[in-house]
Structures are given as C-alpha cells and as structure tokens.
Design a protein around this ligand. Structure first.
Ligand code: ADP
Length: 293
C-alpha cells in the first residue's frame, strides 16, 4: 500500500538514513486508532493510523510527547514523524516492549509523575489545542484556573452534550455547578503544572528494566490534581503509586472533593463519545458535587 511507502520514507527522513519496512504486524491499537509494529534494519517502530483528516490530532500528540520529553521527568515514547496522505494519517513512535508493573515500578511512576508536575508554565492551558479521546480539547491560555476549567473543560463538554441532545437536568444542574466552582477552591491556589491529561492505567506501562513510561497524552498545563483524579477514574493505580506520589509532592486535603470535579470532565467526554449510561453517571456526579457547596 502506498501509505507504507510514505511512512517508510518519512522515517528515513527523520532518522537521516534510508529505511525499509521488513515486517509489519497489527498491534491491537487503542480506542481511537489502528496500530502496527514495524521493523526494518534492526529498528522497530510503533505506528498509529487514522483517517487523513486526523493529521492535526497526531501532530498534537507528537507535540505533547515532545513537551513531556523536554521536561526530563518521565519517559515517553519518542515521536519520530507524522504525516498524512490520501489513504490516512500516521504517527510513528519509538517502539517500547511493555512489561507488567512491579511494586517498585509503581513507586517510580508516582515519583516520576510528581517530578513532571513540578514542571510549570506561567499560565494554564497550552500553546496549542489537542484532543481528549477523539473530542477537541481547547487549551487557550488563562491566568485563572477556575475560569479555564469552567470554560474550556466542563463548559465545553456541557455545550457539546447539549448539541448531542443531552439537555434537561444534565444541562441545568451542570450550569449551576459552573457558577459554584469557586466554592471548591477556597484556600487552594493550583499552579500550572505540566499534565499528561489522559492518565488512566491503559496509558502507562513499564519497560523490561521497570522504567515507567506514559503515552497517548492530552497535554496541557493545569492543576496536578486533575491528573491524579483521572488515575482513580477507571479502577485506579496500585497503592504504591499514590504513596510515592504523595511522599514526593504532597496533595492538598481538598483533593478528595475536587477530584470528582475533575473526573466529571472525563465522564462528560465519555457521554459525548459513547452516550448511554454515562449520562446518568454525570448527573449523579453533578448532584453530589452540588450537595457539597
Ligand atoms: P490510542 O491512541 O488508539 O488509544 P494508544 O497510544 O493508547 O492508542 O496505544 C494502544 C496500545 O498500544 C497501548 O495500550 C500500548 O499497549 C501499545 N503502545 C502504545 N504506544 C506504544 C509504543 N510506543 N510502543 C509499543 N507499544 C505501544
């Protein structure tokens, strides 16, 4: 297929040496893209494929990985190249053989995430937008975190939900929650920390040496609690991870309340992507949050 010729050529340009694909095998992929492992000349790469129009999504993913790599705090797959042709768009990454997590690896992941969160910017947001799952994620920089979370996170997903036909109680209670956001932040001033942005257990792995790796990010600068909250949303990470994180960079006691505010963003995004039961879950979360303020 011509797309593989284009990919091989782009890799060759990126590594400054001719590259020929000698083997290619499908690699399951994640929720959004098709994935392959390719090999040639003793080198291995991980390739994500999607429709031609998805090129900006891959550009943003590569930029996010590069941003994390630059912070020198936690390992990510190095982005090699990205591009698009008539048949599709692609992102080529360093290929990493993942192994099962050990307790030691989990502790190291906690410490590495704490290191990454100590990398900060002047404002919340990022220099470019990206996607969360397949949904656009707006990162327009703001000095005020509450305004950022209200407008670009919860408000954005609520507006999208309304456009998808989810109005009524969800929208009314959601709008009430947006007005009451400051009540969750009394005595707490988050810093704009470098965030992975989509950190669930499927987006972290360990090398054969036990080094933690995070991948498939939706990078922006925001309250570090938002990253921690997401780790708890779908099953959670091992207790060693949380203990090591807290030891390296202690969490504020108000995290226990705010984490639901942060996870509401992802639940609303799941409603917008997949519909169904996520509506009831989002309504329940909003009601519980409103009951607290
Ligand atoms: P998607 O964007 O479609 O959700 P992911 O980036 O989450 O895809 O990757 C899907 C799976 O592929 C991951 O769970 C992981 O096991 C594997 N994977 C991701 N990146 C790499 C990589 N650089 N090298 C090897 N395997 C990878």
């Amino acid at each position: 297929m011509p797309i593989w010729d284009d990919i091989a050529q782009a890799i060759g340009e990126a590594i400054d040496a001719p590259f020929v694909i000698e083997s290619r095998r499908p690699s399951g992929g994640g929720c959004i893209n098709e994935a392959y492992r390719i090999q040639g000349k003793g080198l291995a790469y991980f390739v994500k494929l999607n429709a031609p129009g998805r090129r900006p999504m891959f550009e943003a993913e590569a930029a996010g990985l590069a941003e994390i790599a630059r912070s020198n705090t936690v390992r990510v797959p190095q982005p090699v190249c990205h591009g698009a042709g008539d048949e599709g768009s692609w992102l080529v990454l360093e290929c990493i053989e993942f192994r099962a997590a050990s307790n030691k690896g989990m502790r190291e992941l906690g410490r590495a995430l704490a290191r990454m969160h100590r990398a900060t910017a002047e404002r919340f947001g990022w220099r470019r937008d990206n996607t969360i799952g397949a949904t656009p994620q707006v990162n327009t920089p703001e000095a005020d975190w509450i305004a950022f979370w209200r407008s670009h996170r919860l408000g954005y997903q609520l507006r999208l939900a309304a456009a998808n036909g989810h109005r009524g109680r969800l929208l009314e209670s959601g709008e009430r929650l947006l007005e009451r956001l400051p009540a969750f932040f009394a005595g707490y001033a988050p810093r704009p920390s470098l965030l992975h942005g989509d950190l669930w257990s499927g987006n972290a792995g360990f090398t054969a040496e036990g080094t933690p790796v995070i991948f498939d990010p939706a990078v922006y600068y925001g309250d570090r609690e938002a990253d921690l909250a997401m780790t708890e949303l779908f099953g959670g990470f091992a207790p060693d991870f949380y203990a090591a994180y807290d030891e390296a960079y202690a969490l504020d006691p108000g995290y226990a309340r705010r984490k639901h505010l942060y996870n509401l963003y992802h639940v609303l995004n799941h409603l917008n992507l997949f519909g169904g039961g996520y509506r009831a879950r989002a309504e329940r979360m909003i009601a519980e949050l409103l009951a607290e303020v």
